[in-house]
Design a protein around this ligand. Sequence first.
Ligand code: G6P
Length: 484
Amino acid sequence: MTNDPSRLLIVASNRGPVSYGQAADGSLTARRGGGGMVSGLMSGLGAVAADGGGLWLCAALSEADREAARHPELAAVGPGEVPVRMLDIPAGVFDKAYNGIANSVLWFVHHMLFDTPNQPHFDAAFRADWTAYVAYNEAFADALAQECGQGTRVLIQDYHLSLAPRLLRDRHPAARIAHFEHTPWAPPEYYQMLPDDVAIAVLDGMLGADHVGFLAARWADAFLDCCERVLGAQVTRTRAGAGRVAYRDRVTAVAVHPLGVDAAELRARGREADVRAHARLLAELAGGRQLIVRVDRTELSKNMVRGLAAYRELLRTRPEWRGRVTHLAFAYPSRSALPEYQAYTARVHELAAEISAEFRTPAWEPLILDLKDDYPRSLAACGIADVLLVNPIRDGMNLVAEEGPILSERGCALVLSREAGAAALVGEAALLVNPYDVSATADALHAGLAMQAAERQRRSAAIASAATARAPRRWLAEQVEALG
Ligand code: G6P
């Protein structure tokens, strides 16, 4: 580690590598942050920041985090001993920025999730949330400017921090800034649903960076289209998913960096005792039947309702599978403060109950739905899956689609939405489906169940090697290199 600021690497993201819970006696306990963005950084940052030193700046997400942020002696340490600094943003501002704008507006736009007869409503309440989002981004830019020296490289992550690159550029013109977007990007026709000033501010904010990265070429191309159409910027396309945007007084490079998985690290975790114990329990539950597994967050874009409907259709139209297959549907609760998420989760429970009522027998439970935060159990389920179902409506990448085949002991068939960024990485090794087409998804589940073991193994191995080739260390190193 050196004290040379030009070798320092700072990551900024909303969610950090740890978050805190507070026990009844007031003591704080740290737990690992979740989600694709955090996983990629956790696994890549230690190695990439090793020689020049690093810092991870994130937001305090809860009262317990805020408490921890007030006590620097409790400061957490991230991967590879990288220090973590949590920003204590006032709870009211954080809530409006995170729930009001990031999760309810930008996430919905990027994933094209609005139910347009009803949403969105860009009204006075939206404006109050937007003001908070600007303040939240300013808080990050202030903290980053404080930490930056001459030529420090700053990697700003995701839609929570769309404005931060420009705000940091204003404060620290010499910083080398990258922005990475972990979500899809919508085409201009959809993106322009945002009020004009907001649509411009988000693009302009990101273009404060020297380098803007995406997980798949489709998303990068859509971003370039938006820059051209919404900003009237001068866009040069060099190949699919790559180009340059000249806007105001600077040029920003746009590129694709697909995110894979560190297979050795993941397999080692999969061999630990807690995962093994879960695997034994789940195998007992399955009682020798084939397993269809899904592991998600209770996230609207993950498309659980159509996934369950496809399983129901499989059992209805192909009765030969009744009694011979069990579906494990696991999901981590997520964003439960939002009413849309509450309604969706209720619908998932309802449909699961309908499926059980329709098919269950005294000897067979067709579906086990369980929504809880249990990482070792998820790894165990992936390890013993015969068919892995990953059917998001849209997804930046989707790491489960890569992790499942890596963890799979015998090889599994992957039924994968063609709307996930991972589809471009794993290609025809997966059974690709249109996520809206319930019948096609049911057919793919059937094909996966009926697939010969050797074929499953061949496809799983191909997916695992595509994912391994893009390990997080490389993903991150490429972005750092792009900054020169
Ligand atoms: C997933 C997405 C990321 C996003 C994260 C936020 O991991 O891939 O793009 O940053 O969710 O989730 P959170 O639980 O922090 O709202």
